[in-house]
Design a protein around this ligand. Structure first.
Ligand SMILES: [Fe+2]
Length: 350
């Protein structure tokens, strides 16, 4: 047995290819080559809050919530065709003004909110009212009803993270409007945080949820901050990302949602993390702090409330060169990669 050595004329080949084209068939040996490792179309990018906030306020002057299902600015990676920050996940900014509601709907894409500005507005998820404060993480997972309301006297703004590019690619998207503008809040149903918010303690009388997403839809910042500060005082932390915590599903210990994992990390003053990369795209939000990240050789300077993106299989390292701690929220599609046995990670040698 050996490799064959057939020689054809260019004219013969071109004639054959033309026939194939007319039959909507493509020979796999021309065109796309073999990829030895992932090379994202997306590029490392940072969106600064100093640019985002005025544009969100302008949107609130120009567009009403009657007109827009959601008043959202999509952060658009310059090299991606699909108007998203990263390949599989969007990172958007949403604004709800005092007295406004964003009406109830549900969709098969899963979403998270990381509250940036405003305290006391709320999201209703399947009838449960979740109040929102800066740094809080609120989940509206796959096919849960959700609406937002701002009963405060200032704007409410948050980061929206969704898996919609992935769901669209899979052609698995469903969407439904609620039969009225806002959900009725289910009194006495119990807050998910009261039931599940105590970390290692799970209410035994609650049936195991049939869904894979976390039943704890609200992860307040005060709790995450306290945990990070305890770990910092204990000088804990791993080699790659320092002190980083995952928001878990309290029933399974797994990721918050089947398609999106969420993390919060604390970079101590002067800390520099080790460069590493993984097969997942990651979007970061700077809850507070100032520093920079080297992402695929590009320096991204960031400060309070900025958003930046790290494409898949791209080395990143974070530097807090300020004199105060920095808190970074991040979300990734790692659960998808793990579910499909595609996940890899490595530290940069040297
Ligand atoms: Fe939604």
């Amino acid at each position: 047995m050996k490799l064959s050595d057939i020689k054809s004329s260019e004219a013969e080949l071109q004639d054959y290819y033309a026939q194939l084209r007319s039959q909507h068939i493509t020979p796999a040996w021309i065109g796309g080559g073999i990829t030895r490792e992932p090379k994202s179309k997306a590029v490392p990018w940072v969106w600064h809050w100093r640019d985002l906030r005025p544009q969100a306020m302008r949107a609130a002057q120009l567009v009403g919530t009657e007109q827009a299902e959601r008043r959202v600015l999509r952060l658009t990676n310059p090299e991606l065709p699909g108007l998203s920050a990263s390949n599989t996940m969007v990172a958007n900014i949403q604004i709800v003004m005092p007295g406004e509601v964003a009406r109830a709907h549900r969709h098969s894409g899963s979403a998270l909110r990381l509250i940036i500005e405003g305290k006391g507005g709320y999201t209703v998820v399947n009838g449960a009212r979740l109040s929102m404060a800066p740094g809080d993480l609120v989940l509206t997972p796959n096919w849960t009803w959700h609406d937002h309301a701002n009963d405060t006297d200032g704007p409410m703004m948050w980061l929206d993270g969704l898996d919609t590019p992935l769901v669209r690619m899979l052609e698995a998207g469903f969407y439904e409007e609620y039969h009225k503008e806002t959900q009725t809040i289910v009194e006495g149903a119990g807050s998910p945080f009261v039931k599940y918010g105590e970390g290692g303690l799970r209410p035994v009388w609650e049936a195991q949820p049939a869904t894979r997403y976390s039943p704890l839809w609200h992860y307040p910042m005060f709790q995450a901050r306290a945990a990070l500060e305890r770990l910092a005082a204990d000088r804990s932390g791993g080699p790659l990302d320092g002190i980083i915590l995952e928001y878990t599903n309290p029933v399974t210990g797994g990721p918050a949602m089947p398609t999106i994992a969420c993390y919060i990390q604390m970079l101590r003053a002067g800390e520099r993390t080790q460069a590493h990369r993984s097969v997942c795209c990651t979007n970061y939000h700077v809850i507070e702090g100032r520093g920079y990240s080297i992402v695929g050789g590009t320096r991204l300077d960031w400060e309070d409330k900025d958003v930046f993106t790290v494409p898949t299989w791209t080395f990143r390292e974070h530097v807090n060169d300020s004199d105060r701690p920095a808190f970074l929220f991040s979300f990734t599609d790692a659960p998808v990669m793990r579910a499909l046995d595609l996940y890899r990670e490595e530290a940069k040698a040297g």
